[in-house]
Design a protein around this ligand. Structure first.
Ligand SMILES: [Zn+2]
Length: 129
């Protein structure tokens, strides 16, 4: 009985340790622009297309954003804390599975509708464009 309980507890602990680590954004304000310095690393970590991430940032902050090498330049001054919060929203919406909480997901297009499909549990959820 106890052994069973221990097994269950340790597997639960393992599960939470494997939970997705939100990347910390490295942003700096230069004049009237905000430079997202670890943009390409962020995209790699969340496994999403840079274009999708750039589009989200531009829309959320209501300002043009362009990719410049490994960085993203937003034509607006944004504080780091707010930037971080927005990127957490991005991850919550476009990356994490709402069923199991894992980041092992991909975006697939089914008959013109984009879905977030979870490779871990198979759940899928439609994404608003
Ligand atoms: Zn899932």
């Amino acid at each position: 009985m106890l052994d069973e309980l221990y097994k269950e507890l340790s597997s639960k602990r393992k599960g939470s340790a494997e939970r997705f680590q939100m990347p910390v954004v490295d942003v700096t304000v230069e004049g009237n622009r905000t430079v997202f310095r670890n943009f390409s690393t962020f995209c790699e970590k969340v496994r999403r297309e840079p274009e999708l991430v750039a589009k989200f940032i531009s829309r959320e902050f209501g300002a043009p954003a362009r990719i410049e090498g490994k960085r993203l330049i937003l034509q607006k001054r944004v504080k780091r804390g707010l930037f971080q919060k927005k990127m957490e929203l991005f991850v919550d919406y476009y990356v994490l599975c709402h069923e199991c909480g894992k980041p092992d997901t991909k975006i697939v297009n089914i008959e013109g509708v984009h879905y977030l499909v979870c490779e871990a549990c198979g759940a899928r959820r439609p994404l608003k464009k």
